[in-house]
Design a protein around this ligand. Sequence first.
Ligand code: ZN
Ligand code: FE
Ligand code: FE
Ligand code: FE
Length: 219
Amino acid sequence: MKTPTAKTKTDASKSASSKAATSKTATSKTVTAGRKVKAKSTAAEELRELYTDSLKDIYWAEKHLLKALPKMAKNATTETLINAINDHIAVTEEQVARLERVFELAGKKAVAKKCDAMEGLIKEGQDIMESTEPGAVRDAGIIAASQKIEHYEIATYGTLCAFAKTLGEDEALELLKQTLAEEKEADVTLTEAAYNSINFEAAEGEGDEDEDENMTEEN
Ligand code: ZN
Ligand code: FE
Ligand code: FE
Ligand code: FE
């Protein structure tokens, strides 16, 4: 912003002093950058610890889910939902094995550490199954619980992928990405697809109430 008019001297001295200020800032920036590098190595170590802890958490979660899924399948009545849950048991078994490989890649023993979130999500699912009659509504409840579980897993694996990428765990990243894709797929098959195949109208005919016909309404 040079205005080529009068007061040249004043402008020149002003710009000189501002240049000095600029170079001062540059010097202090370099110092800060130097400090940052030092802090980074500690942060990386801490991130690695968080990564391992998160692996232990999801390892517990997947194993706990593996125990709960057969009960969910037993409680379901819609064929599409039963098949989706049974398919998910096989997929989850593979995910557990994949996690063991990820631990190995990180040079750690596969250890499960209780995941309070998954315990709570599964408990909510059990509560729904206990408080509903077998049939369409219980199926809807199982789907609702499954969706929450899948979303928790999607969030967890998404984070684990980011951690693995940052830590340069390339092989683990590929495995975690694979699981993340499976969780997203499970979310679709266990929820949207299964929900759309529930026959609420037939269930309605069975009972004596005929309140809401809009349960199966599509958006
Ligand atoms: Zn968890
Ligand atoms: Fe899973
Ligand atoms: Fe957790
Ligand atoms: Fe899953």
